[in-house]
Design a protein around this ligand. Structure first.
Ligand SMILES: Nc1ncnc2c1ncn2[C@@H]1O[C@H](COP(=O)(O)OP(=O)(O)OP(=O)(O)O)[C@@H](O)[C@H]1O
Ligand SMILES: Nc1ccn([C@@H]2O[C@H](COP(=O)(O)O)[C@@H](O)[C@H]2O)c(=O)n1
Length: 419
């Protein structure tokens, strides 16, 4: 296993390592070299005398990688000593899509050998490779030592590399693997992921059978299709119901009702699988839209913007500025997904949204917990919503009363859709 990794790191000169020591600042970027660099020390100010390690998931099967990585942090948190800090880490080739290898960097302030024991077990049993980082010599330089397990189960240390500074890349590494890992831009790409999950997630078969029976959606619809978007508790359900009545429209939602039996199951899966599920939900809804928009206007509660915005905001680590720039291909609309006539995004102050959440009193999903706890995540979702094109969303102030919001939206629809 480690030998295979060596072949991968054998090209280490083209790889950069990124460690997120603080989500509010840039990662520490470093590379590996056969000899020390005269440039400033890499880990100065972030490491003292802790023992440091890294582990990365390595498998040619992206489902296996996603599944194992999805459970790895929980496993490490459970088995490592509490004094061991777990930091996000990635190895990547700058500007090379799909080159990211995700993993963790461990700062171990414990005095025990528990961490090495846990890492040795992982190396022997799982698709990972493990390295340790040592600081030595008069010049206090850091070096990376690759582990390999031997036939009799011991861990030996293979060649070492010098840790040297690397330039900050143009794009944050987390943006290099969004396409077809966090967001799917074609039916086929999403479908393939669930096909590969049939053996490990039996529910995938039932979802695929439903998707195989989906209605074909036309590019153009006879009646307008209006999508209502927004964070949780902004008033989408309230507005879509009143809009449906006011316009004599048909109300649909994504994911569609027929996927409800499996939604909670796929919500527990890593992004690769979960987002493929929601992407297929949009295609199912698109088929229903195409059929219903022959007879009447259609109102849709969440659609592509929700799927892409939450996935991008979840995938992109660190600062708000790490989001791909507006105009990036990640904000594009799938070429094979029905485009609505109008997308309205309900906007609300955090305070009012939290009030409405509390008044509603429903259980919060993990994502709602994250939105509530993590201001940075909420900013990324809202910013990603605004950058999605094809069509872009129009922001609507959702703070007035339900009826005032309804009247405001009816005016917009009449203006934009000539209804
Ligand atoms: N314009 C409004 N003014 C005050 N309260 C509102 C308004 N619209 C909705 N609410 C209330 O806010 C709460 C959330 O509304 P609603 O369920 O429609 O939001 P939502 O966006 O569909 O939420 P979620 O996406 O989490 O399902 C409900 O208690 C609802 O009665
Ligand atoms: N088209 C969609 C709709 C939803 N999602 C994901 O589900 C989350 C919660 O949706 P609720 O309607 O239950 O609030 C949402 O935050 C998205 O992560 C999606 O991806 N695509």
């Amino acid at each position: 296993m480690a030998r295979r990794m060596m072949s991968r790191l054998g090209q280490w000169s083209s790889y950069v390592f990124a460690v997120d020591f603080d989500t509010n600042s840039d990662p520490i970027y470093f590379a590996l070299a056969s000899k020390q660099s005269e440039r400033p020390q890499v880990f100065r100010n972030v490491l003292a005398d802790e023992k440091c390690y890294s582990l990365h998931v390595q498998s040619d099967d992206k489902i296996e990688r996603a599944k194992f990585y999805g459970g790895l942090k929980k496993k490490l948190s459970k088995e490592l000593p509490p004094e061991c800090t777990i930091l996000e880490m990635s190895i990547f080739q700058p500007n090379v899509k799909d080159s990211v290898i995700k993993g963790y960097f461990l700062k171990d302030a414990s005095k025990s050998s528990a961490t090495e024991r846990v890492l040795g077990e992982l190396l022997r049993n799982d698709p990972v490779y493990v390295c340790s980082y040592l600081c030595g010599g008069e010049d206090r330089q850091w070096s990376q030592h690759l582990w390999s397990n031997t036939e009799d189960g011991w861990v030996e240390v293979l060649e070492k590399y010098c840790v040297v500074p690397a330039e900050k890349p143009v794009h944050h590494p987390s943006t290099l693997s969004i396409i077809n890992y966090d967001v799917f831009y074609s039916f086929e790409d999403a479908y393939k992921v669930l096909q590969q999950c049939v053996d490990i997630i039996p529910e995938s078969k039932a979802v695929l059978e439903l998707v195989d029976q989906r209605l074909e959606s036309k590019e153009k619809t006879d009646f307008p299709v209006i999508v209502i978007e927004g964070l949780d508790a902004t008033g989408k359900t309230t507005l879509t119901e009143s809009l449906t009545e006011a316009l004599g429209a048909t109300l649909l939602k994504s994911p569609p009702q027929c996927l409800s039996p499996w939604r909670a199951r796929f919500d527990t899966e890593p992004p690769l699988i979960r987002r493929a599920f929601y992407a297929l939900g949009n295609y199912l809804t698109a088929g229903q839209i195409g059929q219903e928009a022959r007879q009447a206007p259609v109102i849709v509660d969440r659609y592509w913007h929700s799927t892409a915005a939450y996935a991008i905001a979840t995938a992109v680590g660190g600062k708000l500025g790490n989001l791909p720039q507006a105009g990036s291909e990640v904000y594009g609309w799938p070429g094979d997904l029905l485009r609505p006539s109008l997308v309205l995004m309900l906007s609300l102050s955090s305070q009012e949204r939290m009030r409405r959440l509390q008044v509603r009193g429903q259980d919060k999903t993990m994502e709602e917990e994250e939105l509530e706890a993590n201001h940075l995540f909420r900013q990324k979702v809202e910013e990603a919503y605004q950058r999605i094109e094809g069509p872009a969303c129009i922001t609507v102030d959702a703070s007035p009363s339900p009826d005032q919001v309804l009247q405001q939206v009816l005016l917009l629809i009449r203006e934009k859709c000539h209804l």
